[in-house]
Ligand binder design. Structure first.
Ligand code: PLP
Length: 453
């Protein structure tokens, strides 16, 4: 579309940027969308960030909200100053935003944490004695590992959503009397496949079990409604939700948390500390949020949640279009196999992992970065059991993962597919060597930005 309009006199005049219909972003814009990165050849290209699943870039709206808060930045809760009161209001107000973002019950508590891992470890520390925990082996390590103890049952790796439901049903039926918790994931960080959360939660309820939903990968892509899903607790990370400022949350029923010892003992978690005798720990979210909280991170997280909720439909459309293009492009790359638990037709968010016959995934990832300016991830994606299972028979030990998001463009997807085809046909153009088990360009001439690294 032309960036000029014809005036009443017939002259062409530049169109003001704000009036250009096709310049209005369909989805919220991210910081660094036109970042240029150096290539080993000496050229530079726009960075194609295809690693949103690990950490998503910052939304412009989040950056602006953080900048707006910074002049007011002051202590939270205990300060008498006006700026402290502003920060306290910002921090406390964010709990309502998070509750709305995940469709929680009015009475659900929102406890701010560092990230999903921290939130799940908090819940694990708050489980009543003798709780039986059931968990699929497909989980990200953040959801697989915090439970410890002898009452953890591993549910293996289902080959279909129906089998997942059956495995959960059988395992919960075999659990001893007492509290039970089923750990569920919204979307796999390996395959992007969406899990049948409502059905799994229904089965859990039928056994009197609680559920915790790891929404770290689902929430950046799709609306999450925990009350409608019948889920008891949900966890998420700000840095995957376009708010890279170190905040996450545990949202859900508060009774276990109210009974549990404070997760972080210290200032803010107490009502009074006598010279001798019992400490009077506070109740509510502060009980588990000892120490000075991350006000900026929480404000960033809440701002991101509001923006994602407001643009949910556009985001789904944007990602769906890119995902289709990506998968049809990948299907044309010789020897490429997508990893999938539930089959290629199963619903998934914008995450695709794959191997290519005869190609080292680490070398592919290094060459995509060094020669094409494309950022992807290779390895086992902190889901070792799931990925090893999915690689069975492939002769590969690792995979490559592409994860799409708001910073992804059609050009990025097309560049990836073209680069993969070229790497398969001709191999890398540069020489690579292994350092500490990772492929890196030999004599890498790329310079890091001055002042940053
Ligand atoms: N759960 C899933 C599904 C994830 O993808 C991740 C991170 O990749 C996590 C949990 C852990 O998130 P964090 O590293 O923010 O704690």
């Amino acid at each position: 579309m032309s960036s000029a309009v014809r005036s009443a006199t017939g002259e062409r005049t530049p169109t003001p940027a704000w009036s250009l219909v096709d310049s209005v972003p369909v989805v919220p814009a991210v910081v660094g969308s036109q970042l240029r990165v150096p290539l080993v050849t000496g050229r530079s290209v726009e960075y194609a960030n295809l690693d949103h699943g690990a950490s998503a870039p910052c939304l412009n709206a989040v950056r602006d909200a953080v900048n707006e808060l910074l002049p007011w930045y002051a202590s939270v809760h205990r300060g008498a100053g006006f700026a402290s009161q502003v920060c306290t209001r910002v921090y406390e107000g964010a709990r309502d935003v998070l509750r709305r973002f995940v469709g929680a019950r009015r009475t659900d508590s929102v406890i701010f944490t560092r990230n999903t891992t921290d939130a799940l470890n908090l819940l694990a520390a708050a489980l009543p004695a003798e709780t039986s925990v059931v968990v699929f082996d497909t989980e990200h390590h953040a959801a697989l590992l915090p439970w410890g103890g002898t009452r953890v049952r591993h549910l293996g790796i289902p080959a279909s959503p129906e089998e997942a439901v059956r495995l959960l049903d059988d395992a919960l039926a075999a659990c001893p009397e007492g509290p039970k918790l089923a750990v569920l994931t919204g979307a796999s960080n390996v395959t992007g496949e969406v899990w049948p959360v409502a059905e799994l939660a229904r089965v859990a309820r039928s056994h009197g079990a609680r559920t915790v939903l790891d929404a770290a990968q689902l929430a950046p892509h799709r609306p999450v409604r925990i009350a409608d899903l019948g889920v008891d607790h949900a966890v998420l990370s700000g840095h995957k939700l376009y708010a890279p400022f170190g905040a996450g949350a545990l949202i859900g029923r508060d009774d276990w948390l109210e009974q549990a010892p404070p997760y972080l003992a210290g200032g803010g978690a107490t009502r009074s500390v006598p010279d001798t005798g019992e400490i009077d720990w506070t109740s509510g979210p502060e009980r588990h949020e000892g120490g000075s909280p991350n006000t900026v991170g929480v404000h960033a997280l809440a701002t991101a949640c509001e923006a994602l909720a407001e643009h949910a439909e556009a985001i789904a459309g944007h990602e769906d279009q890119l995902l289709r293009r990506l998968r049809s492009g990948l299907a044309e790359v010789p020897g490429l196999r997508e990893l999938s638990l539930f089959g290629p037709e199963h619903d998934r968010v914008g995450v695709v992992s794959f191997t290519i016959d005869g190609q080292d995934p680490g070398l592919l990832a290094a060459a995509l970065s060094a020669e094409h300016g494309i950022g992807v991830r290779d390895g086992l994606f902190c889901a070792h059991r799931a990925v090893r299972h999915l690689l069975t028979g492939s002769g590969q030990q690792r995979a490559v993962r592409i994860s799409l998001g708001l910073g992804t463009t059609v050009e990025h997807v097309d560049r990836l597919v073209t680069a993969l085809r070229s790497l398969v046909a001709r191999g890398p153009r540069w020489r690579y060597e292994q350092q500490d088990g990772r492929w890196v360009p030999a004599d890498d001439p790329r310079e890091f930005p001055t002042g940053l690294a």
